[in-house]
Structures are given as structure tokens and as C-alpha cells.
Design a protein around this ligand. Structure first.
Ligand code: ADP
Ligand code: ASP
Ligand code: MG
Length: 406
């Protein structure tokens, strides 16, 4: 007997038929004698539609009300999944974030889970009842519904697995594992049997949607045995593991991309101490994450240009924030470009191999793709490029590093 958490993403619960398919998969685990808790996302496309409703009223919205609206998709699927299980004769009960409850901090729109009260569902699971938990949502210190950031149901699942001390957390999705890059862009991408927590963390944080970054952090911290598997087939998936569990390490494990980027450039910024703090302090205060940053050398010793990136959805607020500081900062002009994407190459082997970045720059140059900003860490190199080159760049890099494994 094992205790298992199974999470089903949006495409896996996209309609009633698919929910019934999910229920049959859950029943199999129950029939095998296991205790099962399920976490569900909203039906595919529903959360996007809910976000759009909010934006149509006000793009600079109140985050508390945003959460009330966008959390609703998971309420529907948790109830429907419980009903589908009951129809198959499996005792099941749905649980919303406030009911368990899933306690979070008060950062509405991207809240972090603090802890989950799981005594009651453990008691019921021990009696054979399946708990169907609405993913993506929790309850903040103010008693109001919070959401965990886009893709947050993965994090709900891993956090629940840690809380109930599950033997395993299965993340069921529309692909049968983690690939060397998004198989929708490179159909010959190769499935990885295992990937290290560290590499998965980079892949996720650099845009590979297959797992939300925070879910990987939690899996690593609480040692949750997490695997990515299909909702539709029984193919073995990808297990996320410690580095010492991988015998043959690859130099490059994958390529990720993110469309959620926007570039802001301030020209004629005074070249003196304190200017960077003056720009990025107010952005941090407004909870806007700044990612890549480049500052040009100043030719005249007096002024310089500063370019940085923020998430597309933060662009409007970021511009308002720097414009409000124009007097103090004394820059001459601000320009922005939302038509940019970030492409990154990831691999623990970079620590011990030289020339990885060069391969990337050459491959992009050969396709005539201009690099606008570069940033690196110990195990990744990222570049910012124009959005029309995204697919071309990902394919060229996948080939350049020989990732197809043919
Ligand atoms: P779900 O709704 O099940 O949470 P997501 O759309 O959030 O599913 O994540 C799965 C998607 O992630 C896949 O359909 C695939 O297009 C995308 N993806 C991006 N990078 C990768 C990768 N390296 N491996 C597998 N899938 C990836
Ligand atoms: N439904 C939410 C979203 O689309 C959460 C998730 O799917 O993980 O972001
Ligand atoms: Mg997802």
C-alpha cells in the first residue's frame, strides 16, 4: 500500500469526458490498494479566460479580486472529478483551498504556501476516501482566497504530497515526461528518463511550463519523489532526482524559452553611484521582478543606458513606476519592447566544460538572429531575441548541441 498524490493539468480535465478518463485512472490506483489524493487544475483555457475578464475591466487590477475570479476554475473541476469518481463507486470528496485549509502568505496573485492542514483528509484517506483538492488556490492571512501564480497546481500537488508524507507525487499532463525542449516546437526532442532537481529548477524558471518552479523547489526541499507522466498513456515518465542518482551526466540537458518577457531601456541615465538602486528599488517595492539587466559603459563619463527585462504582464506597471521616478533618476528617455523572448540553454555539465556559450552564439549567428541581452549563471546561458525568431532559435540550438540523440 502506498500513499500517492496525483495531479491532473488543464488539458487532462478539459471536458467531462476527459474528467471521466481521469477518474478511471484514479480508480486503478485505488483498486491496487493505494491511498490517493488528487489535485486538479481548471479546464484548459478557463484560467486564461478568467484573467481576460479581469484585465478587460482593469489591467491595473486589485489583486484580491483577481484571485476571487481566477481561483474559480478549479472549484468546478474538483467537484466534477469527485462526482465522476463517485459514479465509478469510488468514495470521493472535493476540497477547496479554504476548506483544508491551504494556508498561504498574503501576496495575492503569486502567494506562497506556508502550510497545509491535512489531518482530516489523511483520516478519510485511511478509510478509503479519495480527496480531490482544487489546485492553484489557498487562503491568506486576511482570510481571503489567494492563488499561487500561473501553473500553481503543480505546487499545490507537491506541497500536499509533502504535507501528507506521500510516497510519490505524479504530475499528469499532456506530454509523457520532460523533454530536451518543448516537444511542440521540436517534435524530435528526446524524453529524459531522469532529470536533476537543479536542472529542472532552471528549466522551469526559464520558462518550460511542464512544472511550476516553486513545485520543484518544494520537491527538492522536502524530498518528494516527483515524476512527470502522461494523463493519456502508461509510458514511463520523467523522474526528478538528486544529482548522484544520475550516472551518465549530459553536458546540456535542455533548452527552455519564455515568451513572458518585455524589455525596457532608459537612455541618458546619470553614471553615478546609487542610480541602479534608484531604479530597481521602486520596482522591487511594486513586487515587479526584474530579470536580465545590462548597463552600457558610458562614453562621456556622465551618462549611460540601462536595459532590463520584466514579465510582459508587469510592463505597464513597470513603466508607470520608472516614469514616476523620472525627476529623481534624471534619465532622458524610456522606451519599451514587448516583442521579445528569452531562450536559454541549461546543463550541469557547463560547470566543467568550456565553450558552451560560444556554441550558442555561433548557432544563432548562423541563422542571422541578433542577440539583444545575455545573462549567464553556473548552469545556464540565456539570450533575449526578437519574438519572431523563437522557434528558429530553439530548433537551431537543439541541433547545435546534438540533443535529438539520433
Ligand atoms: P498542464 O496543464 O498539465 O499543467 P502545462 O501546459 O502547464 O500542462 O505544461 C505542459 C506543457 O509544457 C507541454 O504541453 C509542453 O508544450 C510544455 N513544455 C515546455 N517545455 C517542455 C519540456 N522541456 N518538456 C516537456 N514539456 C514541455
Ligand atoms: N489553472 C491555473 C493556471 O492555468 C493553475 C494550473 O493550471 O496549474 O495557471
Ligand atoms: Mg501547468
Amino acid at each position: 500500500m502506498a500513499r500517492i498524490v496525483k495531479k491532473f493539468g488543464g488539458t487532462s480535465v478539459a471536458d467531462v469526458e476527459k474528467i471521466q478518463n481521469v477518474a478511471r485512472r484514479i480508480k486503478k490506483e485505488v483498486d491496487a490498494g493505494n491511498q490517493v489524493a488528487v489535485v486538479v487544475s481548471a479546464m484548459a483555457g478557463v484560467t486564461n479566460q478568467l484573467v481576460k475578464y479581469v484585465d478587460d475591466i482593469n489591467r491595473l487590477h486589485d489583486a484580491r479580486e483577481y484571485d476571487v475570479v481566477v481561483a474559480s476554475g478549479e472549484q468546478v473541476t474538483s467537484g466534477l472529478t469527485a462526482l465522476a469518481l463517485q459514479k465509478l463507486g469510488v468514495p470521493a470528496r472535493s476540497w477547496l483551498g479554504w476548506q483544508l485549509p491551504v494556508h498561504t502568505d498574503g501576496v495575492h496573485g503569486k502567494a506562497r504556501i506556508a502550510d497545509i492542514d491535512s489531518e482530516e483528509i489523511i483520516r478519510r484517506m485511511e478509510q478509503g476516501e479519495v480527496a480531490v483538492v482544487a489546485g492553484f488556490q489557498g487562503i491568506g492571512p486576511d482570510g481571503r482566497v489567494t492563488t499561487l501564480g500561473r501553473g500553481g497546481s503543480d505546487t499545490s500537488a507537491v506541497a500536499l504530497a509533502a504535507a501528507i508524507k506521500a510516497d510519490r507525487c505524479d504530475i499528469h499532463t499532456d506530454v509523457d515526461g520532460v523533454y530536451t525542449t518543448d516537444p511542440r516546437i521540436v517534435p524530435k526532442a528526446r524524453k529524459l528518463n531522469k532529470i536533476t532537481y537543479e536542472e529542472m529548477l532552471e528549466l522551469a524558471s526559464l520558462g518550460a511550463k511542464v512544472l511550476q518552479t516553486r513545485s520543484v523547489e518544494l520537491a527538492m526541499k522536502y524530498n518528494v519523489r516527483t515524476q512527470v507522466v502522461s494523463s493519456f498513456t502508461d509510458e514511463p515518465g520523467t523522474l526528478v532526482v538528486n544529482e548522484d542518482e544520475i550516472v551518465e551526466k549530459e553536458i546540456i540537458s535542455g533548452i527552455a524559452y519564455s515568451r513572458d518577457e518585455a524589455k525596457i531601456t532608459l537612455t541618458g541615465v546619470a553614471d553615478r553611484p546609487g542610480v541602479a538602486a534608484g531604479i530597481f528599488g521602486p520596482l522591487a517595492d511594486a513586487s515587479i521582478n526584474v530579470d536580465m539587466i545590462v548597463q552600457n559603459v558610458s562614453l562621456d563619463g556622465k551618462t549611460t543606458d540601462m536595459t532590463f527585462t520584466v514579465g510582459k504582464t508587469d510592463l505597464e506597471r513597470a513603466l508607470l513606476t520608472v516614469e514616476a521616478k523620472k525627476k529623481d533618476l534624471g534619465y532622458s528617455q524610456v522606451t519599451s519592447d514587448p516583442k521579445v523572448v528569452k531562450v536559454s540553454v541549461i546543463g550541469v555539465g557547463m560547470r566543467s566544460h568550456a565553450g558552451i556559450a560560444q556554441t550558442m552564439f555561433t548557432a544563432l549567428a548562423e541563422k542571422g538572429i541578433n542577440i539583444q541581452v545575455i545573462s549567464t549563471s553556473e548552469i545556464k546561458v540565456s539570450v533575449l531575441i526578437a519574438e519572431e525568431y523563437l522557434e528558429l532559435a530553439v530548433r537551431a540550438l537543439h541541433d547545435a548541441y546534438g540533443l535529438s540523440g539520433e
